[in-house]
Design a protein around this ligand. Structure first.
Ligand SMILES: [Zn+2]
Length: 317
């Protein structure tokens, strides 16, 4: 199989750059690149028509492992702002793109670089020596933190402040748009809190450790994971232990991210019995259809509705 080198990617990027059609004039002042669709959705909430936003990874892809495309280098080379999830989520694919993009404005530490993890609640921060022992892809705490709406609020605040710093002429616009988002998010949070209130303490299993912030927010109890460690595929011995734990602790829901192999969760479900394997959207754009999880509030609407329907069936509440 032919593999692109990053040198080849750079040449392709230059080729694309000279053949690109000029974009129509717009009111936008900031070109924003985000690593994920969640960050892009939040940037659009805050930036409106003052920004043009491009997300690199799609919401239905595993954000730890993204195939770099020549277009990613081109986008980075032209960006005024780069917003990343951080906590090493993108360490497997972003650094060479940043190097090849050769854009001083958005390198780590530059004004145009925003690490969205800096002012949010991070769970599962390892104590003691931090290593990637046995392939654990969460060495700096859990990077799936956007799955708590309050963290989304904190990210949106950081984006508002960054846009205001880089584009002070539109500071009032960013402030007003953030306030509007915050209001809509509060209304939505009340809706989600009410829908999930009857299910506090219900035990669930998830495939990857994508959901600790989500589950903590609504009081569900994650008793195990299909992966033995984040980033490590299921093993027979771990699967046997998990099945026993689910039977003992009365756990009948397995939450599944759309980019893994369904075989093991389905086999676990059939051995535990009366168990649902539930595909939730781990990101904006990761829903069942393009209409689901189309923006940040829509992401939680899709996940909460899907989860509540399964919880009703399993618990009878
Ligand atoms: Zn992860």
């Amino acid at each position: 199989m032919k593999r692109f080198t990053f040198g080849a990617l750079t040449s392709l990027a230059l080729l694309a750059a000279v053949t690109i059609v000029a974009r129509p004039a717009s009111a936008a002042t900031l070109r924003v690149v985000t690593t994920t669709e969640d960050l892009a959705a939040l940037a659009r909430e805050v930036g409106g028509d003052k920004v043009v936003v491009v997300a690199l990874a799609k919401g239905y892809q595993d954000p730890h492992f993204v195939d770099p495309k020549p277009s990613f280098i081109l986008e980075i080379s032209r960006a005024d702002v780069l917003i990343v999830v951080g906590r090493e989520l993108e360490i497997g694919w972003l650094p060479p793109l940043l190097a090849n993009g050769r854009n001083a404005k958005v390198q780590a530490g530059s004004n145009g670089y925003l690490d969205a993890s800096m002012n949010v609640k991070i769970l599962e921060i390892p104590t003691g020596q931090i290593t990637r022992a046995m392939g654990d892809v969460h060495p700096q705490g859990n990077p799936h933190y956007w799955l708590d709406p309050n963290n989304g609020r904190m990210i949106a605040q950081a984006i508002r402040d960054k846009f205001s710093q880089l584009d002070p002429a539109n500071k009032a616009v960013y402030a007003q748009r953030y306030d509007d988002f915050d209001k809509r998010l509060k209304v939505a949070e009340a809706r989600w809190d009410a829908a999930l209130a009857p299910y506090k303490g219900v035990k669930v299993v998830t495939y990857h450790r994508s959901w600790p912030n989500f589950m903590e927010r609504w009081g569900l109890d994650v008793i195990g994971y299909v992966e033995p460690k984040p980033g490590i595929p299921p093993t027979t011995s771990h699967t046997v232990e998990l099945i026993e734990a689910m039977k003992e602790q009365n756990a009948h829901i397995i939450i599944f991210e759309p980019y893994f192999d369904l075989k093991t969760p389905q086999s676990i479900a059939s051995q535990v019995g009366n168990t649902q394997v539930l595909v939730l959207a781990p990101s904006v754009g990761g829903g069942k259809t393009p209409k689901d999880a189309a923006d940040y509030i829509g992401l939680f609407d899709f996940d909460v509705n899907t989860l509540v329907a399964a919880l009703k069936t399993v618990t009878g509440k």
